[in-house]
Design a protein around this ligand. Sequence first.
Ligand code: SAM
Ligand code: SF4
Length: 335
Amino acid sequence: MTQTAPSLVDTYKRRITYLRLSVTDRCDLRCQYCMPERMQFLPRAEVLTLEELNKVANAFIDRGVTKIRLTGGEPLVRRDMIELVRAVGRRIGNGLEELTVTTNGTRLAEFAEDLFAAGVRRVNVSLDTLDPALFEELSRRDRLSQVLEGIAAAKAAGLSVKINTVALKGVNEDEIPDLIAWAHGEGHEATLIEVMPLGEVDGDRIDHYLPLTQVRMNLEKRWTLEGDTHRSGGPARYVRVAETGGRLGFITPLTSNFCDGCNRIRVTATGQLYACLGGREQVDLRAAVRSNDPDAALDAAMDEAMTIKPERHHFAINRKGEAPALPRHMSVTGG
Ligand code: SAM
Ligand code: SF4
């Protein structure tokens, strides 16, 4: 059995094949651009259970989703995370082509082998610096060595690793080339991300906004960046660094628009489906999955989502003192 029901196609004729499913809003780090130190986490009763998350994932696979990324918050801090990975992983080769995880890496050493055994072949690990002091300042926790151990364990377990780095002006800006060189030297892909205006954080985000066009110009002074035709169906655009032989991605929501080919949908840990990371359009899947007829209700909710997916996002960087473009944090929507 693979796809058993009609594909998910939105009003702009984009076929949805990629689900980013957040399994928790909680996290063991407090990255400054992501959440405040005293982040208010959701009451557990509001978060979907393992069975509910699995049901949602399966409903999407039945409607043609072929790729699922489990994210958060920090997915590996959820106690039953590996059970969920195993459950969803059973659909690999049976509708699902790929199951991936985005993690901050702090607990990867513990779980890398289990992830591989459950069918995961690639993980994205967020890492903004290799400097222990800066790591602690940025994430408000002293965990760099654990993250590096986690990345090494992932590689040893046979997982492909992509290093995701948020480019922050005056913070890790000067270190970016060294970070990329390190990642490529270890055999990992690297992707740079522009900081996005999501949720209230302590301090002002515009101070750290660094356009990737500028980063790219700086990199071109040091390296030859060759065109790479690789496309993930997502917002990243890729180059190959001739000198390192590694692939480098750029995710630029603010300096370029990538919505035309958008194939993805996001579901929060409380079952709110967001049709766009940068929009407010949402459908309540928790009500559907907790209803008397969850299968029919989930189908109807997915169909509704297709009618509200906006043509494009409307991010904007704010001037000092203004509320962020969207009140919800990346850790809630799932990065
Ligand atoms: N905790 C996991 C991690 O850090 O990889 C998964 C969730 S995290 C929200 C996913 C990604 O979103 C991370 O790469 C993080 O750096 C990024 N992120 C968080 N807040 C962001 C923001 N405001 N702008 C851009 N990227 C952000
Ligand atoms: Fe946690 Fe990831 Fe947000 Fe950092 S970016 S605070 S690791 S959810």
